[in-house]
Design a protein around this ligand. Structure first.
Ligand code: 6GU
Length: 239
């Protein structure tokens, strides 16, 4: 998979080359290009933004800089992703979709955003998603790109050591993951739940399922609402 990021803060994307992602790059599983938007400016000041039509605070990033930048970086295959708090929610389902693409391009806005015509024009040639990583406001799209790329890259074949790690991910079955424990058996007077040492794997699976359901009910009741009726078994219903 090829990933390209256009930003005015290329150094902010350095973590893309660290740890898990760095290893995936070294092994040729993903290839990452980070591009400085200012390379597409023409004026001596390298201005990328201007004041908004209609007035108001802040600055808007200019269409006549972003347009040529995206023309150069995008191809027919590209899925263009524009991180913005005004976007649709980035979810695990969308991470799986992106993991099946051959080319992702991220356009990082700063200030009050990018002139809307950049997205409207790009849509005439490529698939474009405006996405948000949560209901809070970041200063720019760069940190959102780090989150999205990490969520996508770990789904690619060969990036994680153990492919079974995916099967029990939070959200894989629409529920939050329950708690995990390792040695020592007792730590600061807190013991590991007995059931996990019982060796009875039917009982252990049932206990883990109950923990997931209880945690989801407590922390994310909205997730339970959106599950299909057949997502629950007869033991779940007893809860
Ligand atoms: Cl994707 N971008 C920015 N700037 N802020 C955000 C966001 C994205 N998602 C949540 N807040």
């Amino acid at each position: 998979m090829q990933i390209d990021v256009v930003t005015i803060f290329p150094e902010y994307l350095a973590p893309l080359r660290a740890a898990l992602l760095g290893k995936a790059i070294d092994r040729g599983l993903i290839s990452v290009g980070v591009h400085d938007l200012r390379d597409w400016t023409q004026d001596v000041h390298k201005a990328v933004d201007d004041s908004p039509y209609g007035g108001g605070p802040g600055m808007v990033m200019k269409a006549d800089i972003w347009g040529p930048a995206l023309d150069d970086v995008c191809t027919d295959e590209t899925r263009l992703i524009v991180p913005t708090p005004a976007g649709r929610p980035f979810t695990q389902a969308l991470a799986h979709e992106y993991a099946s693409e051959s080319h992702l391009v991220f356009a990082c806005g700063r200030y009050e955003g990018i002139d809307q015509r950049v997205v409207d024009d790009a849509r005439r040639r490529v698939r474009v998603d405006e996405v948000s990583i949560g209901d809070y406001v970041l200063v720019g799209g760069e940190v959102a790109v780090l989150a999205i790329v990490e969520a996508v890259a770990r789904l690619l074949p060969g990036v994680l050591g153990n492919p079974k790690s995916h099967a029990e991910d939070s959200f894989q079955d629409g529920l939050l993951e329950g708690p995990s424990y390792t040695r020592p058996l007792v730590w600061r007077d807190l013991a590991v739940p007995d059931v996990l040492r019982s060796g009875n794997h039917r009982l252990i699976d049932r206990w883990r399922r109950d923990q997931s359901l209880a945690r989801t009910f407590e922390r994310r009741p909205d997730l339970l609402e959106s599950l299909p009726e057949d997502a629950f078994d007869k033991h779940d219903r007893a809860l």
